[in-house]
Design a protein around this ligand. Sequence first.
Ligand code: ADP
Length: 387
Amino acid sequence: MLVAVLLAASTGLAIGAVVATAYLRRTTPAGPTTPAMPLTNLTDASVVRDAVGQLKIGVVLVDVDDTVTYSNSAATELNGTHAGLIVNDNLTQLIESVRAGGAGSREVVLHGPPRQILVIEAKPLPRGGMVATIQDVSERALIDSMRKDFVANISHELKTPVGAIAVLAETLVGETDPTTVGSLSARLVDEAHRAVRTIDDLLELSAIESNRPARDIVDLGEVVELAVARGRTLAHGRGIEISAQDGAAAPVRGDRRQLVSALGNLVENAVKYSHDGGAVLVGVRVDDPWIELWVADQGVGIPERDLDRIFERFYRVDKARGRDTGGTGLGLSIVRHVAQNHGGDVAVQSQEGDGATFVVRLPTGLMEQQRNGTDEAFARGAGDRHG
Ligand code: ADP
């Protein structure tokens, strides 16, 4: 039985299995003044020990009589924690299993919070003893599960209109009554458009997620005008008044297409979720350190319980309300990504039945007259893309 597997032994390092195979260039904080070392020095046990000590993966060496001869700092960090006890137990069992010729790897789930998934592996070393590694794969597991959810969601979202198209088309075959043909065809066109909208929004979201935003000089007044025009097209015949408020900010450095798309989505939503004859206001204001692009409506509003979730992909409040606006559930994800790409964010204020106000905040550092902040804001945005 191993005792305190993770406790670092101060001596007895034997990492014969870790062999440098190339002439390594030093990139450690010692910096450029330190001359590159010849290969022979880099294979010294102390150098190898330093290198293994830097790894994020926990490394533990155990000799033939189950004594821990080395553990790097990623492994010793777990000492004295609840997680450390669980890892220790699993490591002990794993080493016994490998000795008996059994499996050399296991996954350990720590329920947390935060929930963590660790993969522990043990391998015999050629000269006796064993090397064990402890790797935190929580992030990879989370991304895998998000990807699976995403694929399942897309399949579901597309299956509905495509399935409807198939059924409508089959019904149309051989139908001779002109009224029935007319109504089936109209529904066919609707469903086809719904599928196209979902695919278009997915492509747009994917482009926004994967491309760095452009650095056009963007007149936000023009962005407002274009978004208002988009809203007016959608509002046609419903008596909804859409107006832009004065107060435009100086031009900003940003991705014109993305900003028009974000504000356009917000204005379209304001129209979709307004009552006929309602009013929608759109504006820009500067409230240092933010430039705010805002859209306010007097429509159906959003229940409090949904406010946190509406920016998720495919999340719709309307399903629960039983109201079909033909939305894809992707618009607000697009808005959030655009805001993040520019180093900003998006917020909503709403009460059910009492309208909603969405605000996209962009850092004032993007303003042309304050160009110094531009790079910083973009760097923040580019490094901050999730879900
Ligand atoms: P959708 O394509 O369904 O509009 P979005 O991602 O744009 O998808 O919005 C997600 C959900 O948030 C919508 O289904 C709707 O229920 C709610 N929502 C968005 N904007 C508004 C608004 N201005 N007023 C009321 N509800 C809104």
